[in-house]
Write a protein that binds this ligand. Structure first.
Ligand SMILES: O=C(O)CCC(=O)C(=O)O
Ligand SMILES: [Fe+2]
Length: 292
């Protein structure tokens, strides 16, 4: 089966073809990348100047925006530039939300905002530790933001002005990853989650689920032999295209590309059409206990 489900839509909101939309939503939950080759995020003429790495603060890899607090971070932009950059990211956030809700209307009462990111720095050849290196296959798990089993759904849009694709690899199914790395998940020390929260290392309490997910993320990235030999499919997302994926379930790596928008959403497992696809449920089955 192809890891991509393609949907021929050119609008961020509805109306949509109900049959095609229902199939797309099902395959998205089941672990496909939902690819919308005709859906672009339009930049206004005076926003084109933001397509430059100069707007990053040089430390973080992304400019980030918090749609709930209406706050922008990790940018060098000041004053008017800063306000316009924030407005552009806020617009992306809103359109991404409309997209998700028009595809999966059942998520509406449950979908929670995560951060918006703008990635104006070339991905290929960027220095980072192996654990932070997103050119290595991984499922997403955030060390400082435990999520107690909430799904991570991300909307990506390649806005490269030179027509360059975003190049990804997709890896093996989540079940296989969980099986392969389960014995490398160390025990979570009693009191450690409390301490990490107390020391503000984590925002909130790291659950058993978060502990396991973080270990799947880290152990896979640190395993050179696995990174080389595990099955993978290379995908090129063209400039001016959009895709959505549950990145906590789908093994992915970003090999190359510059200028990307990304919006993160969180979704309670109970809001899914089929909970059995949730990493929480798969891991609970595997470890035979409640994890969040
Ligand atoms: O920047 C990208 O293309 C994707 C990086 C990644 O692994 C992610 O956003 O989860
Ligand atoms: Fe990722």
């Amino acid at each position: 089966m192809s890891p991509l489900t393609t949907l021929d839509a050119a609008q961020w909101d509805g109306p949509r073809d109900p049959a095609a939309t229902a199939r797309a939503a099902r395959e998205l939950e089941a672990g496909n990348v939902l690819f919308l080759p005709r859906l672009k995020f339009a930049l206004a003429a005076d926003e084109q100047r933001f397509l430059s790495p100069q707007w990053s603060d040089g430390k973080a890899k992304n400019v980030s925006y918090d749609p709930l607090a209406a706050e922008i971070r990790h940018t060098s932009a000041q004053d008017d530039d800063r306000r316009q950059l924030a407005a552009m990211m806020a617009r992306f956030a809103q359109q991404a939300r409309q997209l998700v809700l028009s595809l999966c209307p059942g998520y509406a009462p449950h979908l929670r905002w995560g951060l918006t990111s703008f990635r104006p720095v070339e991905t290929h050849g960027r220095e980072s530790s192996r654990k932070k290196d997103d050119t290595r296959l991984h499922v997403d798990a955030f060390a400082s933001r435990p999520n107690q089993g909430l799904r991570i759904l991300r909307v990506f849009c390649n806005v490269n002005p030179r027509g360059e694709p975003r190049v990804w690899e997709l890896g093996e199914p989540f079940d296989a990853v969980a099986q392969r790395f389960r014995d490398r998940v160390p025990p979570q020390w009693p009191g450690s989650a409390w301490l990490l929260e107390r020391l503000h290392v984590t925002k909130g309490r790291r659950s058993a689920y978060d502990h396991i997910m973080l270990n799947l993320h880290d152990k896979a990235k640190l395993d050179d032999a696995y990174q080389q030999a595990s099955p993978k499919t290379r995908i090129e997302f063209p400039a001016q295209s959009t895709w959505l994926v549950f990145t906590d379930r789908v093994m992915h790596a970003a090999l190359a590309g510059q200028f990307l928008f990304e919006q993160t959403f969180y979704l309670p497992v109970a809001a899914m059409q089929d909970e059995r696809y949730a990493p929480l449920r798969i891991l609970e089955e595997l470890f035979q206990r409640k994890l969040a």
